[in-house]
Design a protein around this ligand. Structure first.
Ligand SMILES: Cc1cc2nc3c(=O)[nH]c(=O)nc-3n(C[C@H](O)[C@H](O)[C@H](O)COP(=O)(O)O)c2cc1C
Length: 198
């Protein structure tokens, strides 16, 4: 129980202290994906597909798009990017692998459809991130590439009718010390029987 809660509480974004020189083993990746596919899935069932990108040219093209989107977000929202975001951005093209989580199919416009659709894929992505965390592989939950999913699909030859979700840049960590984030405790975010005002 303690181990599980520790992993769940310390699966932080790891953008620094990553070993860029060591490939992530296929064996580790497949073991982690085998954990991911145990996630809950809706009626569509097992529509997840994991696309691992290790090809330097493809990684460079994707990293370029990532940087453009992140810089644009920073301009549009008038926010200065944190050093940690810059650290990943600067070296993303060198990351040993980028793991994309795709869902076969497309969400409908209604909330129920979207909850069902993304609820059938994102738990698997989160399980994947946790499984990698447990094996000493650092990742970051990134979704901004979905803003340019058509270009990503073209680079990776993803067919029509497939939805891109998150991309986890993955590398073994170099002694990154991961600790629980500063979050509001359960008592402050849990209501009993009736919605309560904050
Ligand atoms: C929906 C979503 C999208 C995110 N997209 C990105 C992203 O594109 N790039 C990135 O560096 N981090 C991304 N993050 C990670 C958050 O920035 C991260 O959770 C935040 O830095 C808090 O750090 P922690 O994960 O260590 O708690 C995303 C997180 C969520 C939940």
């Amino acid at each position: 129980m303690e181990d599980v809660e520790h992993i769940l509480s310390t699966a932080r974004s790891v953008r620094r202290k990553l070993d860029y020189s060591r490939p992530v083993s296929k064996e580790d990746l497949l073991a982690c994906i085998n954990v991911a596919v145990q996630a809950p899935t809706g009626i569509i069932g097992e529509n997840w597909r994991f696309l691992v990108v290790t090809d330097p040219d493809k990684k460079k093209q994707i990293a370029d798009i990532y940087c453009e989107v992140l810089q644009q977000i920073s301009v549009d929202r008038g926010v200065t990017l944190k050093p940690t975001h810059n650290a990943l951005m600067d070296r993303l093209h060198e990351i040993p692998c980028m793991v994309f989580v795709f869902a076969i199919g497309e969400p409908t416009d209604d909330v129920g459809g979207q909850v069902g659709f993304f609820g059938s894929i994102l738990p698997a992505a989160w399980s994947l991130m946790l499984a990698m965390r447990a094996r000493g592989i650092g990742t970051t939950w990134t979704s901004l590439l979905t803003a340019r999913s058509k270009e990503v699909a073209s680079i990776l030859e993803v067919p029509e009718g497939v939805t891109q979700t998150v991309m986890l840049p993955a590398a073994y960590t170099l002694g990154a010390r991961l600790k629980p984030a500063d979050r509001r405790p359960a008592e402050q975010v849990t209501y009993w029987n009736t919605w309560e005002a904050d």
